[in-house]
Design a protein around this ligand. Sequence first.
Ligand code: ADP
Length: 169
Amino acid sequence: MELIIVKGDITKIPVDIIVNAANSSLLGGGGVDGAIHRAGGPAILAECLEIRARQGECKTGDAVITTAGRLPANKVIHTVGPVWIGGQNEEEEKLKNCYKKSLQIADDYGAKVISFPCISTGIYRFPKRLAAELSLEVIKSYKCRILEKIIFVCFDEESYDIYHNLLDS
Ligand code: ADP
């Protein structure tokens, strides 16, 4: 499995599956979630609403899959990262579950290339370095079935540097 770190906008990079850092309502929000719904168009929200009607909200650490609408991808996986409230509320385990669950769903779907944003490190305030360490821990121990390439898309220079430092060390 190939691991790539890039700096940029996740909605612009062609892949099989884009992972979205959603919130439990699945109704869209700010940050990367807003960018994904804007670029993908209304078909994504329509499917999120169907899922909500079927199963209710999406729990923290869990994930659901929808169409990617007009995005350069086949599907979007919406995963709900934990809000950082000090670190004593199972935030680490929940963040790891987001990455694990997304990889499993992508493999079940048959995706070869998946892109991740830095889940929870924006509005949800998870410390960036710790989040990057946990994401790499999950990805390195995950046994890919179909997946061949994992792309971390960092929106800011700081996250990009953190990933490069962790991979170099
Ligand atoms: P959360 O609520 O999970 O913290 P945010 O969307 O606020 O979600 O932030 C998650 C990460 O996504 C942050 O590092 C933020 O800088 C980044 N981000 C925001 N917009 C984009 C985008 N278009 N492409 C990739 N990453 C993005």
